[in-house]
Design a binder for this molecule. Structure first.
Ligand SMILES: Nc1ncnc2c1ncn2[C@@H]1O[C@H](COP(=O)(O)OP(=O)(O)OP(=O)(O)O)[C@@H](O)[C@H]1O
Length: 587
């Protein structure tokens, strides 16, 4: 059980085993070599011990030969080489695994249903999984490799004790190793769990320390005179944290003493027992006793060097949990969202009695929606914040499935066709001007004539002349790149949408960063540019909506009014009120 104030660790040996299986699956040859080589090298220690027994016995009998010495040198040479091989293989394995896991995570993020993106837990897990692959995986594989090497080293000692021919000796040595290792692991994990990153106090302390260095936060704290509140809180948490760590260290010292006593007693028991059996059996010789004695003396060091990677692995297994969890998403049956991949006609889109609620919400965001989007039709969707406009668009694009009712893309209940979307927050691709437009239809070959005509339509020719061509990189990532204003990025997103010869273009508040003077002009132009296409406009500003074919007024998730501008004004309903209110701003 995690102590109060500790972040719950989902540590489970299954996480390590699952990731181990995945590693071997992804990079079978390199992973197997990286794990097998240190195991063999650790087990070779047994042969090194055997040769030492042989040499000591021979020296005691006054009959030394060079062959065992050569074997001894050879084994050590092989062990040294295997260390180098393991290190080389480990770095190759890390590179291969990082690439393989990263690609898998990118695939998953690109395939999951849009509902998964709404799931905060999935977002957090994905973020943590990416961090593990980017930062922690290398450490974890390192701990794994050194753990298996050290474990086989300790097995060699138990094996050596078995050569004495006395079960009691093997039992005492085995129990000593297992018990002292467990003691050490228990302490090490206890100490590690007091670490900053694993306790609420530690994380909160770090957060407060960062906040106390943030100039914006300091500005506000000075105004409200709240700095001492933060520093007191931080100091209190730090003191608590230090006290906890101090008590964990005290515990470590106490268990260290117990471990030392267990070890010393075991060595004493084994030694006395073997000495009493000397001469009784030909397996108990000066060589066996002295090598086992030395091996047991070094056992403490071996256990210490195993405790560190094992406890790190144990703590890290909670991180592996997130990676494993996200990777299981791959096996899910994702809804196909091929709306932009097919050349099928998508219009008319017929929406009948659609209701929709988000996965984690009990309230319907859309109710009883009925509409038909005909080829070439220009539609405006208006309504207050939170009315459900963007949600309706997500359903029309097939990104979400209606809770009930139906949507048909021409005759198909599955989304199909080609659509362009210009979002409020346009994506800034830090690539060339040409690529920024070409990405509207990435599979087509570049058509500069078409690109220039679109730039012209979107009033971006001044930018083109200023940059001196299509090959200038936009953004600020590289030297020589050119940053654009928010409005210019938005116009570029519109240009990208036009480059894709879609049947339908959706404009979800595409002019929020464009100045009001240019906005009206852009809307008029957009209607003109989209002459042969269907277009849906979402905007809070109504002045331009006069010119569309159909206006849908969404109120609290339902279509409250439908019609043309003048009809809706005559209706004196919600639209007329909104329009009157907005007109009054300009009077
Ligand atoms: N992923 C989500 N999970 C749960 N509820 C959501 C989610 N996205 C939106 N909502 C809720 O659905 C309702 C409709 O949101 P939507 O974004 O469709 O409104 P909108 O009309 O586009 O608003 P705005 O004009 O502010 O952009 C809101 O109450 C919103 O809080």
């Amino acid at each position: 059980m995690a102590e109060k104030g500790e972040i719950l660790l989902r540590r489970d040996h299954k996480n390590i085993l699952t990731i181990l299986a995945r590693m071997i699956g992804k990079s079978p040859v390199i992973s197997t070599i990286t794990i097998i080589v240190p195991i063999i090298s650790g087990l070779l220690t047994f042969y090194s011990y055997s040769v030492q027994v042989h040499i000591i016995n021979a020296v005691a009998a006054g009959a030394i030969t060079f062959i065992p010495i050569l074997w001894f040198v050879l084994i050590h040479g092989v062990q040294a080489c295997s260390l180098s091989i393991t290190n080389i293989m480990k770095s190759r394995m890390n590179a291969e695994l990082t690439l393989a896991f990263q690609s898998e995570l990118i695939d998953i993020a690109n395939q999951v249903d849009f509902e998964d993106f709404d799931d905060e837990e999935f977002g957090n897990k994905l973020q943590r999984a990416k961090t593990i692959v980017g930062e922690d995986l290398e450490g974890i594989t390192g701990f794994l490799v050194s753990s298996v090497g050290n474990i086989s080293g300790l097995i060699s000692i138990i094996w050596l004790s078995a050569t004495s021919g006395y079960f009691l000796v093997t039992l005492v040595v085995g129990l000593m190793i297992v018990s002292t290792l467990s003691f050490r692991m228990f302490t090490e994990i206890k100490v590690r769990r007091t670490g900053r990153e694993l306790t609420f106090d530690g994380r909160m302390g770090d957060y407060l320390a960062v906040t106390l260095e943030d100039p914006n936060a300091i500005r506000e704290m000075r105004i409200y005179n709240s700095i001492s509140y933060f520093t007191d809180l931080w100091a209190k948490l730090m003191k608590k944290q230090h006290d906890k760590r101090y008590s964990a260290r005290k515990f470590e010292i106490k268990t260290g003493m117990i471990v030392a006593m267990v070890q010393t007693s075991a060595i004493f028991i084994v030694l006395v027992y073997l000495l009493s059996k000397m001469g009784e059996s030909n397996t108990v010789t000066v060589g066996t006793i002295s090598v086992l004695f030395l091996a047991l003396l070094t056992c403490g060091g071996k256990i210490m060097s195993l405790t560190w990677p094992l406890s790190k692995l144990y703590i890290s297994s909670s991180k592996l949990y997130d990676l494993n969890e996200v990777l299981t998403y791959k096996n899910r049956d994702f809804r196909k969202n091929n709306i932009n991949n097919s050349s099928e006609a998508m219009l008319p889109i017929t929406v009948s009695n659609v209701y929709f609620k988000y996965a984690k919400s009990s309230k319907y965001v859309l109710s009883n929606i009925n509409m038909v989007i005909k080829p070439g039709e220009k539609i405006a969707i208006v309504g207050e914040n939170g009315a459900g406009k963007s949600t309706l668009i997500k359903l029309l694009l097939g990104q979400y499935t209606a809770s009930s009712g139906s949507i048909y893309w021409k005759d198909s209940p599955e989304p199909q066709g080609k659509v362009s979307v210009v979002y409020q927050h346009s994506i800034k691709f830090e690539m060339t001007l040409r690529e920024n437009i070409l990405l509207g239809d990435a599979k087509s070959s570049p058509d500069d004539v078409k690109i220039l005509s679109i730039l012209e339509k979107c009033e971006l020719m001044d930018l083109f002349y200023e940059l001196g061509g299509l090959d200038v990189r936009l953004g600020q990532m590289l030297e020589g790149s050119r940053q654009l204003s928010g409005g210019q990025w938005q116009k570029l997103a519109i240009a990208r949408a036009l480059y894709n010869d879609a049947d339908l273009i959706v404009f979800d508040e595409p002019t929020s960063a464009i100045d009001p003077n240019a906005e009206m002009q852009i809307y008029t132009q957009l209607l003109d540019i989209c002459q042969d296409k269907a277009a849906i406009f979402i905007s809070h500003r109504l002045g331009w909506a006069k010119n569309v074919d159909t206006i849908y007024v969404i109120d609290n998730g339902s279509i409250a009014e439908v019609g043309q501008h003048q009809d809706l004004i005559n209706n004196k309903g919600i639209y007329a009120d909104m329009y009157a209110l907005q007109s009054s701003w300009y009077n």
